[in-house]
Design a protein around this ligand. Structure first.
Ligand code: HAS
Ligand code: CU
Length: 644
């Protein structure tokens, strides 16, 4: 049996070679991207398993496969897992691996902060899921069960006495720190490390969407951090922010949560929109139609996303003025989103399309996401929403945008970039099989939920009586969900076979235009031996397909050497300035990010122990965590980044 390392060219070996310690201490953005991707995929499987258990329970009326308590735990953990442990970190995997390559950089701006972000994410994810272990050890109410949006005052000590909500609240705090670290890192990276000639309006759209998402993270996560701190004080230190009996206000939680929560849904969709904006031009053999408009509408979605949060709260009785305002702002979002849809369609129009698996997923994304978007617009009308809210209609909406949108987009990215990451091609036949089974199973699972919702089936019920006639469509939905599980297995088989004996990909198997395809697959540690000099949005087509690049005044960059203006195909890569003709310096590995992340995760355990074990135990454990974290951060600050 051949292994990858034997058959890949020698220059590529070092990237993934090395023992466990080399992975724990790595600060290479590509390895961190792989770690993010693998971890997030494992949690995607966990979240999927939780979903299947729920679907089996709902497959027939008055089923007793699950008890109501377990059911509540499963929908809470399923939503939390898919959003925070699967889709967001799958996006982070793509940011990590691709953004430095796309902008012609050697790494992110803060490589050790990047490693810290991954380890905090992993520990936060394990922390959240440790609740299952604590339950297995016999503790009651140990698993979070108040829904992914944790409405007050279901989360108060009075109504949630066990550790379940604690796991949820501290888990999200830890994960939020990981997201913030990544958000700042990518903003600085994109603003500062672009190759010479790459102006903002020459960046690939995926990099642009990374920048928008990072901005959303940096502005939205502090709000949920505050909300969770108030909840922590309510649960542990006797305050009453959300407790109406003592003058608090549970609606305050809803406002804080959704001011974060709505931007969060755009954090989940914009990376996928970035991916399709790369895949569609490549496989249509045409530059993206209306690049600038796609970028601006992405920014506009990000901005408008802050003005719509209360559309999740129409049923709280905010009054006609607030209802009207939030309804209109919500409807406005259809405009920039629709603009993007039409730009993607216009890119395909008249192109010579190659229906690769990546392209199929991108087209599937457009179709399914549009359906989800349109049911979103239906919720934006308060009287309609009063009928739809808390029913399966909303469940159908959120899955059309999150699975039909985010996940299909991420799959498109997976098939597109896998050869760059591994150096090998996936099987197109298995890929197509994966695509079609996914599309059929997805629609079988979620389309009927529109009918169930409109017929009045509430969300978050563990069973229903037979005379409500919900049985048939629920059964269809369950069959679809099981098929969807099977389709993921096809995908996994494809990935494993490719790693073992996939065809060698070469640098640019798709004949794509952006810089990540100009280096080897997988890239060397330092990405580029010589930093490229960029003369247009589509640097590789510039050189190899000038015919695709006609009529693009925005791409003019004059490079004059020895008094002679060079044609695009003659522009040399960067030299001199960045002194890149010798082997570049790369940051050293470091063990301190993982140590700091560990301390950060230990600290909240002390707080959780306070109610049963008193203040000394609380202080001892929390301070231990804080000290470990401080040790990690100080040592990391004092450790030299590179050898000289
Ligand atoms: Fe949403 C609930 C409204 C996009 C995710 N959304 C959720 C929940 C999630 C979620 C997870 O207004 C449930 C949260 C929970 O647990 O309770 N959503 C919208 C609107 C959009 C939208 C207007 N959602 C997303 C995206 C998500 C996401 C993206 C994640 C990836 N959503 C809502 C509302 C609720 C809601 C209410 C609360 C419901 C309730 O009661 O709980 C927009 O961004 C969608 C824009 C996209 C399109 C399609 C393409 C546009 C074209 C242009 C022409 C179309 C026009 C519209 C002019 C619109 C092609 C014509 C209108 C017709 C009706 C035909
Ligand atoms: Cu929303």
């Amino acid at each position: 049996m051949t292994t990858i390392t034997e058959t890949l060219p020698a220059a590529h070996e070092p990237l993934y070679r090395g023992g466990v310690w080399s992975w724990i201490t790595t600060v290479d953005h590509k390895r961190i991207g792989v770690l993010y991707g693998v971890t997030a995929f494992l949690f995607f499987l966990v979240g999927g398993l939780e979903a299947l258990l729920m679907r089996i329970q709902l497959g027939s009326p008055e089923n007793t496969f699950l008890d109501p308590v377990t059911y509540n735990e499963l929908f809470t953990m399923h939503g939390t897992t898919m959003i925070f442990l699967a889709i967001m970190p799958l996006g982070a995997a793509a940011f990590n691996f691709m953004v430095p390559l796309q902008i012609g950089a050697r790494d992110v701006a803060f490589p050790r902060l990047n490693a810290f972000s991954y380890w905090v994410f992993l520990f936060g994810a394990l922390f959240l899921n440790a609740s299952f272990l604590v339950k297995a050890l016999g503790s009651a109410n140990a698993v979070p069960d108040a829904g992914w949006f944790g409405y007050a005052n279901l989360t108060s000590r009075q109504y949630s006495p066990g550790h379940g909500i604690d796991f949820w609240l501290f888990g999200l705090q830890i994960l939020g720190i990981a997201s913030l670290a990544a958000g700042f890192n990518f903003l600085v990276t994109i603003l500062n490390l672009r190759a010479p000639g790459m102006s903002l309006m020459r960046m690939p759209v995926f990099t642009w969407m990374t920048m928008v998402v990072s901005t959303l993270i940096v502005l939205a996560f502090p709000v949920i951090t505050v909300a969770l701190f108030l909840l922590m004080f309510d649960r542990f230190f006797g305050t009453n922010f959300y407790i109406p009996a003592h003058g608090g206000d549970p609606i305050l939680w809803q406002h804080l949560f959704w001011i974060f929560g709505h931007p969060e849904v755009y954090i989940l969709i914009l990376p996928a929109m970035g991916i399709v904006s790369e895949v569609i031009p490549t496989f249509s053999r045409k530059p993206l139609f209306g690049y600038a408009v796609v970028v601006y509408s992405g920014i506009l979605i990000g901005v408008l996303g802050y003005g719509v949060w209360a559309h999740h709260m129409f049923s709280t009785g905010m009054g006609p003025i607030a209802d009207a305002v939030f309804s209109v702002t919500t409807m406005l979002i259809a405009i920039p989103t629709g603009v993007k849809i039409f730009n993607w369609l216009a890119t395909m129009w008249g192109g010579s399309i190659r229906f690769t698996t990546a392209m199929c997923f991108a087209i599937g994304f457009i179709a399914m996401f549009t359906m989800g978007g349109i049911s979103g617009i239906m919720h934006s009308s308060p009287p309609a929403d009063l009928q739809q809210t808390d029913t399966y209609f909303v469940v159908a909406h959120l899955h059309y945008v999150l699975f039909g949108g985010s996940i299909l987009g991420l799959f498109a990215g997976f098939y597109y970039w896998w050869p760059k990451v591994t150096g090998r091609l996936l099987s197109e036949r298995l890929g197509k099989l994966h695509f079609w089974t996914t599309m059929i199973a997805f629609n079988l699972t979620f389309f009927p939920q529109h009918f169930l919702g409109l017929n009045g089936m509430p969300r978050r019920i563990y069973t229903y009586s037979a005379d409500l006639n919900f049985g048939f469509w629920n059964l269809v939905s369950t069959i679809g969900a099981l098929m969807l599980g099977a389709s993921v297995l096809i995908f996994m088989v494809n990935a494993i076979l490719s790693l073992r004996r996939g065809a060698i990909a070469g640098d640019n198997p798709w004949d794509a235009a952006t810089l990540e395809w100009s280096t080897s697959s997988p890239p060397p540690h330092y990405n580029f031996a010589v930093i490229p000099r960029v003369t247009s949005r589509l640097p590789l087509w510039d050189r190899h397909h000038p015919e695709r690049m006609v009529d693009r005044p925005e791409d003019e960059l004059k490079v004059v050497v020895a008094g002679k203006t060079l044609a695009r195909t003659e522009v040399p890569d960067d030299d001199g300035e960045s002194g890149t003709h010798h082997v570049p310096h790369m940051p050293n590995p470091s063990k301190y990010p993982v140590i700091a992340a560990l301390g950060l995760t230990i600290a909240p355990i002390g707080v959780m122990l306070k109610p049963e074990h008193g203040i000394p135990v609380f202080l001892a454990v929390t301070l231990t965590g804080v000290l470990i974290m401080a040790y990690g951060i100080y040592s990391w600050a004092l450790e030299p980044l590179e050898d000289h």
